[in-house]
Ligand binder design. Structure first.
Ligand code: NAI
Length: 335
């Protein structure tokens, strides 16, 4: 069957890693009709930010999107297009599976955890103002509705994927009302899933535990800001942002994306590593019911990393994007 998927290659190395990913999916025999849209953040090149309504409509209609990185202005400028997309499409759950990729050097082995981050509120609500010169206020919004919804998503995910344990991560010892509400909402949902072990842990301790003994965790469930920070920490455990996938889910659409940035230092040079977007596209294939193709691509990727003959410079190899892509295609097992 042919799937319709919205493709937003993004900026910088985005178009390069998107083209590589498309080539590999095609070689694996997955039938996808791509609807491609340009979108950009605030600073790349001369042009201003762009998010076409048609792109958003396309994701709404198709229900599935693959997205590359986009620039975000720091300390001022236009709001993030990434955040705008998540909000407009109400993609409330961010999923970051963190697993060792065989052959990729990392600080830890046997890490296999899933990080679920609430994507729509918390300090990312963008509600900031200057009270008086020299004093700014930023509002942390936590609602029972969003906390309950993300908890349900995490527990359903655990049940569906055979995960045994969820840690809810918080700072409710200090933010008693906001993080307290987050925790209470999760506890209510946890009661309906007695087969899944439920734990709570304060976020600072979680960071320490993750770098001491990441294997103790199965799933982590966090509000937006802690989730953003801890999910990159998670990537660091297994080799960095270049080797972990990511997905944003809503009730009506799912957007799969590379979590690294636009890499302006290597953009356009044919050096980008497409692994992160490819891994995200593997999550997308599972979502589309194309799991056999997903497993074949996974096997090919693992073979290329294990043999370490055609890996890219960011992971210690010498290959460019095309050589790496060709090697993955050549390693695809027969269907
Ligand atoms: P970055 O991830 O773009 O680059 C950090 C370093 O990692 C650079 O040396 C880069 O060459 C390398 N790198 C990243 N991805 C790579 C890949 N696939 N292959 C090989 N090397 C890779 O982070 P940076 O420099 O902080 O951000 C650059 C821009 O990207 C900023 O405008 C930032 O806002 C944006 N950004 C966008 C994201 C998104 O759209 N999801 C996420 C993170 C950053």
């Amino acid at each position: 069957m042919t799937h319709k998927v919205t493709l937003i290659p993004g900026e910088g190395i985005g178009p390069e890693v998107a083209a590589a990913t498309r080539r590999i999916l095609e070689a694996a025999g997955v039938q996808i009709q791509w609807e491609e849209f340009e979108a950009r953040g605030a600073q790349y090149g001369e042009k201003g930010p762009l998010l076409q309504e048609a792109a958003v409509e396309s994701v709404r209609k198709n229900g599935v999107a693959l997205k590359g990185p986009m620039t975000t202005a720091i300390a001022g400028g236009a709001p993030s297009i990434n955040v705008a997309l998540r909000k407009t499409l109400d993609l409330f759950a961010n999923l970051r599976p963190v697993r060792n990729l065989p052959g990729v050097k990392s600080r830890f082995e046997n890490v296999d955890l899933v990080i679920v981050r609430e994507n729509t509120e918390d300090l990312y609500s963008g509600l900031e103002h200057e009270v008086v010169p020299g004093v700014v206020e930023s509002l942390k919004i936590i609602t029972e509705r969003a906390s309950t919804r993300i908890a349900k998503f995490a527990f359903d995910y655990a049940r569906k994927h055979g995960r045994k344990k969820i840690h809810a991560i918080h700072k409710a010892n200090i933010m008693k009302l906001s993080d307290g509400l987050f925790l209470r909402s999760i506890r209510n949902i946890a009661q309906g899933y007695p087969e899944i072990e439920y734990h709570e842990m304060i976020v600072d301790n979680t960071c320490m535990q993750l770098v001491l003994n990441p294997q103790q965790f199965d799933m982590l469930l966090l509000p937006n800001l802690y989730g953003d920070v801890v999910s990159d920490l998670g990537a660091g455990l297994v080799g960095g942002l270049g080797v972990v996938p990511s997905a944003n889910w809503g009730d009506k659409a799912a957007m799969f994306e590379a979590v690294h940035g636009t890499a302006p230092d290597i953009a356009g040079k044919g050096l980008a590593n497409p692994t992160a977007l490819l891994l995200s596209s593997i999550l997308m294939l599972d979502h589309l019911g194309e799991s056999p193709a997903a497993r074949r691509i996974e096997k090919a990727l693992e073979k290329v990393y294990r043999e370490a003959q055609h890996t890219t410079r960011d992971v210690g190899g010498t290959a460019g994007t095309n050589e790496f892509t060709d090697a993955v295609i050549a390693a695809l097992p027969a269907s």
